[in-house]
Write a protein that binds this ligand. Sequence first.
Ligand SMILES: [Zn+2]
Length: 339
Amino acid sequence: MQEQINKLVADCKKQVAEANDLKKISELKAKFLGKSSPVNDLMKGLKDVAPADKPAFGKVINECRVAISELITSKEVEFKNLERSRKLQSETIDISLPSTKIEIGALHPITKVKNEIIKAFMGLGFNVAEGYEIEADYHCFQALNIPKDHPARDMQDTFYFSENTVLRPHTSPAQIRTMEVQKPPIKILCPGRVYRADDDATHSPIFHQIEGLVVDKNITLCDLKGILDEFARIMFSSESITRFRPSHFPFTEPSVEVDVTCMVCGGKGCRICKGTGWIEILGSGVVNRNVLSNCGIDPDVYSGFAFGMGIERIAMIKYGIPDIRMLYENDVRFLKQFR
Ligand SMILES: [Zn+2]
């Protein structure tokens, strides 16, 4: 019988050595150790052996079983390890690879410049007052001393919903609404989107404005000059100053166009400022007495000044942007420069 067992173990050893995957190993496991395996047959035969020989026979059969089991198990472990290391290899993360870059957004240049302007004026004691984009004709024109037959209405090229409702062409109605409900002193900034029927390299049908209004006792054109000079220094450069040129607006008297020192040449004269050394940034003036009266403020007691600037225009001057449409095209290559 020993010979038979030796042959069985040798046979198993040979087949295990030839096995090339886990599937084959589990087949061998069933073949050599399963219910109908030769080892099991030997065990079954034990009942026919004489009682005195049983322990010796049993020992030999058991040794055979252990030997076969070890052969198969060690090969099984070997395959399992191999498979695991192959799996690990395929799932290896190459930490030397450059990562996928996630682009971080940034404020749009118009928002950025708007925030800068607001910050500059808040430092000078102004509060923000926002109005409505759809406004009454009265708050956009009549209260601002622009009656229905006034030629300024053609200048504005306003979008009308109906005879009395418009898309606001300026943020001035926010000034009117503030003066209607608030007693002086008033010191407000009105930023917002405005609409005009205009479309070319320097005009867009939708653009953004910031207007300022100060109403108190003894407010003069000098106060306006002082505030705007300080704004120019904060916004553009410490060397910047402003200059006033006479103008005309129905809502201010006197009215002025305001220029600031050209930031490209510092006032010496260049192509950008057309050799003048100045760049126009806004319109302003002393609030017309009629406007104060329309809002229930006594013009004999109070006076004020107002100014209004296009945020796009300030952004274009500050960053040297040649075409207003670049601000609306949302070309990431353009916008990235302001990050
Ligand atoms: Zn210049």
